[in-house]
Design a protein around this ligand. Sequence first.
Ligand code: SF4
Ligand code: MG
Length: 327
Amino acid sequence: SGRLLEVEDLHVEFRTREGIAKAINGVSFHVDAGETLAVLGESGSGKSVTAQTIMGILDQPPGFVSGGEIRFHGKDMLKMSEEGRRKIRGHGIAMVFQDALSALNPVFTVGFQIGEQFRIRKGLSRGDAKKRAIELLDQVKIPNAKQRVTEFPHQFSGGMRQRVMIAMSLALDPEVLIADEPTTALDVTVQAQIMDLLADLQRERQMGLILITHDLGVVADVADRIAVMYAGRIVEEANVHDLYARPAHPYTVGLLNSIPRIDEKGQELRTIKGLPPNLMRIPPGCPFHPRCPKAQPVCVEKVPPLRVVAPARGSACHFAEEVLRGE
Ligand code: SF4
Ligand code: MG
């Protein structure tokens, strides 16, 4: 197939002392060149685990893939040699992590850390690597890149540090960039700037971009499609405008209602009652049923599969058509 990155029926489990936690339960999605997919969910929904599985850094606590495929240009990465996978990571697929401060080494300059990839993986000299680091700092719009390249991570503001992380992830010209909560630690204005930067870079480089977030408001302007995750499953998938206009799953309805809106100042925020399930004891039937205002007896008995409910729209709710109609 011509797809850039495809995840198909992925299952991931964690062995813990208390039992097996089912973190990912049959997740499928794809991202193509020049396209932005947002993966949305609360913490524990499996969105970060999905990213970590793609990047092969699923190791704490010991997680393992119990089924499915992750195809890059049609080839299943899970069946490749470690060497084959290493080639894809960085060049093919790169990741921006949520916590720039702990991902950067405090004792090296940012220029050294960005340049390291050029030295190690492309064999550039120190001088050339530094030049490339300056170019990248320019591309992520850090002012005075020539001077700042010799500074240490703590000398950068939170937003500028996240730009450094993005520069680092771009060093090997990845075709797919995965950004896991890239703006969580930042204030709202800086969040918007970083999202704009990611959107610009995605367009300029025609990358496939996967934005992982718990905040629908943050990704609304930059995503093409959204996959909503709950209890390790995708419960709704749609293009961003359709999803906003007419959600097709009660969980998405709840998420939309919990976004603060400027036009509704002073109005109380409606949050979703209850908590996401313990992944060692996922409720039977629809995993959302204990929190769902629309739940019926069938929801406790039958798992609703993700199915097409309207053109280019998927929902894993027995009553998706009613939800779509706003009932
Ligand atoms: Fe709610 Fe039932 Fe739909 Fe699950 S299947 S989201 S419990 S109405
Ligand atoms: Mg996370």
